[in-house]
Design a protein around this ligand. Structure first.
Ligand SMILES: *[C@@H]1O[C@H](CO)[C@@H](O)[C@H](O)[C@H]1NC(C)=O
Ligand SMILES: CC(=O)N[C@H]1CO[C@H](CO)[C@@H](O)[C@@H]1O
Length: 434
């Protein structure tokens, strides 16, 4: 009773002071580089407001459109045939020379090819589509945009992909960071033959499945076609790599880099699992097998790891190796086959999905995963610069830790390192951990 009374008092105080009490809205992501997306599948359009973008950066509409084109429907026979050009309009935040001016960047994509007649009217007879967001949105809000799944539609991701294109550009300019995703698994068909140090976006986009291993891609495509023609759907795994990420990104406890990446990726529609580095498979190894041994790179003098089971993150902080994550996507919920469900007024019925949908979301999930990884990394880069690089470390070189990672190098070059190195020296250090 006491708790309730206090809460009510707080609410009252908040409303009289007009303190925003809407803490659970969930449409924004990021701290320093912050996006808010908006829009429903069958409304006027969808988009994003991006706040915190650094000023004096050149952005062209075409750069953003390139990523949106990889996401858009109607790309191939294995994606939904809904025909949307998804042409982005940039409404604010750029000057006439297309330079960011530090103010919020608003981007809009208008919906063109919605066919709301494929959906029933918003009445009590409306059946909840199994495993969709229909029933839970209704339980939460008591009202919902039925057509096309409303806000739970993959169209919502347009805003993230548009902002992600800007994040990608900043990361590239900052440290040559590249973010590349590919389809690594469709059902049980998997590739382990992709060289994470060298594969390119051209390799990924060579086929409509977006798997750079051509042989495996063929098999995946066959499986998707098989499923598609029966009106069913399948899922799989997207692997995403971030190259040239400097060491030091990430927070120590709640904002560990992998924790933020997990949240980012699990917020993508149809995502059901997240792994970093060795992931769940790592549990099969012993500590000796799993540890990534450190060594000194003879070319750069930097501290590197021989293997990368950590997936580029140790202690929640990037170690300068490739960041390697995996995201599991469930089979698309919309299928063309009959399944049991209930209506809004609590009647049991059978429902066969009509309307257009993807038989396998994986190929279109690639730009979504890349965008969420880019947004997470740029947020952490900006926080790192703000906290740790505001005052550069001016300690003498010999008192600074040896630089780490693929893009780091030791001042004075490898010659200094060679003179100092003492191979074959085993050290014994006391450990006393909890
Ligand atoms: C700015 O971008 C628009 C759209 O991409 C383009 O048409 C225009 O020429 C650009 N302006 C300048 C000054 O480059
Ligand atoms: C940068 C990077 O990814 N480092 C290593 C990760 O591990 C693989 C081998 O497992 C190495 O080839 C990479 O160089």
């Amino acid at each position: 009773m006491k708790f309730i009374a206090t809460s009510l008092l707080l609410l009252e105080a908040a409303s009289s002071l007009s303190i925003p009490m809407s803490m659970g809205v969930g449409n924004s992501f990021g701290r320093t580089f912050r996006i808010s997306t908006w829009g429903e599948s069958h409304g006027g359009g969808v988009g994003v407001v991006l706040d915190g973008c650094p000023p004096r950066l050149e952005i062209t509409r075409e750069e953003i459109q390139k990523d949106l084109d990889r996401r858009r429907p109607g790309q191939s026979r294995i994606t939904t045939p809904r025909n949307e050009a998804d042409a982005v309009e940039i409404l604010s935040g750029l000057n006439p020379e297309n330079i960011t001016i530090g103010t919020p960047i608003a981007m809009l994509v208008r919906n063109k090819d919605q066919r709301s007649t494929d959906y029933l009217d918003n009445d009590m007879k409306v059946a909840y589509r199994p495993s969709h967001a229909d029933a839970t949105y209704d339980a939460k809000y008591g009202v919902r945009a039925i057509a096309g799944g409303g806000r739970s539609s993959a169209r919502e991701t347009i805003g993230r992909v548009a902002a992600g294109a800007i994040a990608r550009k900043i990361l590239h300019k900052y440290n040559g960071i590249e973010i590349l995703g590919y389809v690594s698994k469709v059902q049980d068909i998997e590739t382990k033959n992709v060289d994470h140090d060298t594969f390119t976006v051209e390799d990924v986009d060579k086929n409509i499945v977006r798997c750079p291993d051509e042989e495996v891609a063929e098999k995946m495509l066959e499986r998707i076609d098989e499923i598609r023609t029966t009106g069913n759907s399948i899922g799989g795994v997207v692997t995403c790599i971030a190259r040239n990420v400097p060491a030091g990104l990430g927070g120590p406890v709640f904002d560990k880099l992998e924790a933020d990446l997990a949240k980012a990726c699990m917020s993508i529609p149809a995502a059901k699992g997240f792994e970093v580095g060795s992931g769940f498979e790592g549990t099969l190894l012993s500590g000796k097998e799993h540890n990534d041994e450190f060594y000194i790179d003879p070319e750069t003098g930097a501290t590197r790891t021989k293997t990368n089971r950590s997936g580029g993150i140790q202690g929640g902080i990037s170690n300068g190796e490739n960041i390697v994550i995996k995201v599991a996507f469930k089979p698309t919920s919309t299928i063309g086959q009959k399944q049991g469900t209930v209506t809004r007024d609590g009647q049991e019925v059978e429902l066969r999905g009509k309307g257009r949908h993807d038989p396998c979301v994986l190929p279109r999930a690639i730009p979504m995963v890349e965008a969420m990884v880019a947004l997470t990394l740029v947020d952490h880069v900006m926080m790192q610069v703000a906290q740790c690089e505001l005052f550069p470390n001016e300690a003498p070189m010999e008192l600074q830790p040896n630089p780490m990672g693929t893009t780091a190098h030791r001042e004075g070059g490898p010659a200094v390192f060679a003179a100092e190195s003492k191979p074959d020296k085993a050290v014994s250090q006391r450990v006393d951990e909890e």
